[in-house]
Design a protein around this ligand. Sequence first.
Ligand SMILES: Cc1cc2nc3c(=O)[nH]c(=O)nc-3n(C[C@H](O)[C@H](O)[C@H](O)COP(=O)(O)O)c2cc1C
Length: 142
Amino acid sequence: MKAALLVESLTGNTWRAAEMIAGNVQQEGWQITGLSPMRRPDHASIQSADVVLIGTWVHGAFIIGQAPWGIGAITALPSLAGKKAVTFCTFALNPGRTLGAMDKAVTGLGADVIGGMALHRSKLAGHTEEFAARLLGALASA
Ligand SMILES: Cc1cc2nc3c(=O)[nH]c(=O)nc-3n(C[C@H](O)[C@H](O)[C@H](O)COP(=O)(O)O)c2cc1C
């Protein structure tokens, strides 16, 4: 399986999460076609991927108004028609409905969104491992 990762990150947590996810799926034999910032996406890596992993961070007032940061950067991505996609976000307290908003935006790009997961910023190792395991499981049974 070939995967491209596209990430929006302010202080590095989401980028680190993406690197950990990439490492986890590579151990299972996946090829990473690229890891690039959402606002400067590596188009070639998207084109050659079977599945596109899209990550950002939760922005809000911590317990209200949570939303994915950079939703405009997601909607500005090239068409993902014919690709499977998975979303993830990192958060500190409560992700609210962030994943739902991300899924909607990515579905709008034409992708088949097969799932998403919110990753706590202080539990990145465990949560990225779980994310990778769920991803492998979802694609094995697809
Ligand atoms: C301005 C601002 C608003 C935030 N709002 C929320 C929030 O509403 N809920 C939450 O759980 N985390 C919130 N966070 C925490 C970030 O989502 C978290 O630290 C995330 O891992 C940052 O990702 P990054 O390091 O990739 O930028 C906020 C962070 C900032 C800087």
